[in-house]
Design a binder for this molecule. Structure first.
Ligand code: HSE
Length: 376
C-alpha cells in the first residue's frame, strides 16, 4: 500500500478530511502516517505508530504522497526543502501558497480532470486545492464554462464565517449571543418597542467594534456584514476577489497561469466578496454574459448533467427556500444551483444562485479525491 503522510489532520479542514476519508474507505487503500507540528511522539488517530514530527524531512521523504491541511506557513517552511532534498512524492495541499505556481495544478477533478490527467502524464507532483468560493462555484456552474458559453461572469458572494477559520465561527456565535443578551428583557416583553430593541442592538454592536469581541474578523459580523475578505491588493480589489478570475481560469486550463494558456484566452470574472453571518456555506449570486442566447431549459439540463453533486433547484419560492440555503446544504456534498433565469439586460444575460459547503467541496473533498486518482 502507498505510504501517505497526513499533516494538519486535527484542524477544522483536516477533521472534515479525516471524516470523509473514513466514510469513503480511503484508509483501507493506504498506509497512513500521521504527522504533528506540536505533538510528535503522541498518539496517532489510527493504528499503533506514534505521531511523527511534521518538520522531520527524513520522515516526510519516506511518504509516497503527503496531504497537508496545516496551512500556508507550514507549506512555506517545508515544501521547498523537501523538494531540494530530492523528494519526488506527490504533495497535496489545502493552502494557497503554491496555488498559482507554474509547477502546481489546482485540483477539482469533476471540473478539470483533463487538466489533472495531462499534468500527471507530464510528471506533475504538486496538487493544490482551490479557493473555497471558486471551487464551490465551479462545482455548480462548471458546465457553462466547459461548453464555452461564458463570455464573462460577475459574482457577488455571501461567504460564511468558517472561511476565516474555527475561531471566526466561535466569534460570530459569541457576538450573536451577546446581542441577544443585550436586549433580552425587551425581547421577552411583547409590548416593548422594536426601535428600542434595535437601538440596544446597535449600541452593543458598536461597543464591540475595535475590541477583543471583534478581534478575528476585525469588524462586527453578528447582525452585520463585511464587504472585504482577505488582503488589500492596493488597486481597490481584495485578494479574494482577485482569486475569482485567476483561479477559475487556471482550474479550467485557461489564462496566463495555465500551461499553454494566454491572457487572451482568460474569461473575465469579477465582483464583490462579502462576509456574512453564515456558519460554513458560501453562497454566490452569479451574472453571466453568454456567448449566445441558449434556452433556459437547455441551460438547466446542462448544469444538472455536469456532475453527481450539482442539484438544479426550480426557480420557485418554496423550492428555493427549502433547498437553496446554507442551512439546507451544510454538511452535504450537494451543490444546489437555483434562481436560474434570464436577466432584464437581454436574452444572453443569465442569473443564477449557488450554495456550497466550503469545508467539503471548498476544501477537503478535492484533496481526498486527488489522492484516489493517484492511488487507483
Ligand atoms: N478565503 C476563503 C474565505 C477561505 O475567507 O472565505 C477558503 O479559501
Amino acid at each position: 500500500k502507498p505510504v501517505i503522510g497526513l499533516v494538519g489532520w486535527r484542524g477544522m479542514v483536516g477533521s472534515v478530511l479525516m471524516d470523509r476519508m473514513q466514510s469513503e474507505g480511503d484508509f483501507d487503500l493506504i498506509e497512513p502516517v500521521f504527522f504533528s507540528t506540536s505533538n510528535a511522539g503522541g498518539t496517532a488517530p489510527l493504528g499503533e505508530a506514534p505521531l511523527a514530527d511534521a518538520h522531520d524531512l527524513t520522515a516526510l521523504a519516506q511518504c509516497d504522497a503527503i496531504i497537508t491541511c496545516q496551512g500556508g506557513d507550514y507549506t512555506g517552511a517545508v515544501f521547498a526543502k523537501l523538494r531540494a532534498d530530492g523528494w519526488a512524492g506527490h504533495w497535496i495541499d489545502a493552502a494557497s501558497t503554491l496555488r498559482m505556481d507554474g509547477e502546481a495544478v489546482i485540483v477539482l477533478d469533476p471540473v478539470n480532470r483533463p487538466v489533472i490527467d495531462t499534468a500527471l502524464v507530464a510528471g506533475n507532483r504538486n496538487w493544490v486545492g482551490g479557493n473555497c468560493t471558486v471551487s464551490c462555484m465551479l462545482m455548480g456552474v462548471g458546465a457553462l464554462f466547459k461548453a464555452g458559453l461564458v463570455e464573462w461572469m460577475s459574482t457577488q458572494t455571501y461567504q460564511a464565517a468558517s472561511g476565516g477559520g474555527a475561531q471566526h465561527m466561535r466569534e460570530l456565535l459569541t457576538q450573536y449571543g451577546k446581542l441577544n443578551e443585550a436586549v433580552r428583557p425587551l425581547l421577552d416583553d411583547p409590548k416593548a418597542a422594536i426601535l428600542d430593541i434595535d437601538r440596544g442592538v446597535i449600541e452593543r454592536q458598536r461597543a464591540m467594534d475595535g475590541t477583543d469581541e471583534a478581534q478575528q474578523f476585525g469588524a462586527v459580523l453578528g447582525g452585520s456584514l463585511i464587504p472585504w475578505i482577505d488582503k488589500d491588493l492596493g488597486n481597490g480589489v481584495t485578494k479574494e476577489e482577485w482569486k475569482g478570475m485567476a483561479e477559475t481560469n487556471k482550474i479550467l486550463g485557461l489564462g496566463p497561469d495555465a500551461v499553454g494558456g494566454s491572457n487572451e484566452a482568460a474569461i473575465p470574472i469579477d465582483g464583490f466578496c462579502v462576509r456574512i453571518g453564515a456558519m460554513r456555506c458560501h453562497s454566490q449570486a452569479l451574472t453571466f454574459k453568454l456567448r449566445r442566447d441558449v434556452p433556459l431549459d437547455e441551460i438547466e439540463a446542462m448544469i444538472a448533467a455536469d456532475n453527481d453533486w450539482v442539484r438544479v433547484v426550480p426557480n420557485e419560492k418554496e423550492a428555493t427556500m427549502r433547498d437553496l440555503t446554507p442551512v439546507a446544504t451544510t454538511g452535504t456534498l450537494a451543490i444546489p444551483v437555483g434562481r436560474i433565469r434570464k436577466l432584464a439586460m437581454g436574452p444572453d444575460y443569465l442569473g443564477a444562485f449557488t450554495v456550497g459547503d466550503q469545508l467539503l467541496w471548498g476544501a477537503a473533498e478535492p484533496l481526498r479525491r486527488m489522492l484516489r486518482i493517484l492511488i487507483e
